[in-house]
Write a protein that binds this ligand. Structure first.
Ligand code: GLV
Ligand code: MN
Length: 217
């Protein structure tokens, strides 16, 4: 009986740990270039016939130029995910070029499916993330050229250029499709709007303040 119990316990532990450690599944072949025309729906994309794969399936030249930072926040995130590079399908990785004008902010956001490794190539950038409830601890640092910082999986984070020249960073993300949820856009810019009563209560403010924010987003 004791042996049956301990085998059962072992089985449960194996199952639980494989669920708890799950990330994107490991590839079962050298590559599985995304076939965007395939009719079959899978988690990710179906594979293109390997004999039709070309170098261009693994290539992207869209990061040569500075991103256009003429917007309300003064920053531009240019993503390189499976959308831009079909060869990234099933490989569990993507990246972004992030440009900032002086004072430019990549506003508080989360990646629904990725941890982010952030490297400053030019400038001085203040970064931060907030841990989950109930601590909500704010962890922040000023980064200089060559510095690296981690934003852990799904935590709210931001970056701000605190120098007086343009800044540039490269991010690597642990998913072929990391997802970005910008907090202000999700909360105040949802379509249709979340009722202002709900947000007024959540943010402990008036409906008027909320409607003002909803108007902006
Ligand atoms: C991109 O999402 C970044 O935070 O750099
Ligand atoms: Mn990010």
């Amino acid at each position: 009986m004791a042996r049956v119990c301990s085998s059962f316990l072992l089985l449960v532990l194996v199952l639980v740990s494989s669920v708890a450690m799950a990330t994107e599944p490991s590839p079962l072949q050298d590559f599985c270039v995304a076939d965007k025309n395939a009719q079959v729906l899978v988690n990710g994309f179906a594979c293109k016939n390997p004999s039709l794969v070309q170098a261009d399936d693994f290539y992207f030249d869209g990061l040569r130029m500075r991103g256009n930072t003429s917007n309300a926040v003064g920053s531009k995130v240019s993503l390189v995910t499976v959308e831009q590079v079909p060869g990234l399908n099933t490989l569990g990785i993507s990246m972004a070029r992030v440009d900032y004008e002086p004072g430019g902010l990549n506003p508080p956001h989360v990646h629904s499916r990725a941890t982010e490794l952030f490297t400053v190539l030019e400038g001085t950038i203040e970064v931060g993330f907030v841990t989950s409830n109930p601590e909500n601890r704010f962890i922040t640092k000023v980064l200089h050229k060559g510095d690296v910082f981690v934003f852990p999986f799904r935590l709210v984070h931001f970056q701000r250029n605190i120098g007086n020249v343009n800044a540039l960073a490269i991010s690597t993300l642990s998913s072929q499709n990391p997802g970005i949820v910008t907090i202000a856009n999700a909360v105040f810019g949802s379509k249709p709007d979340i009722s202002s009563d709900i947000l007024a209560k959540a943010f402990q403010t008036s409906n008027e303040v909320i409607e003002n924010l909803q108007f902006k987003f």
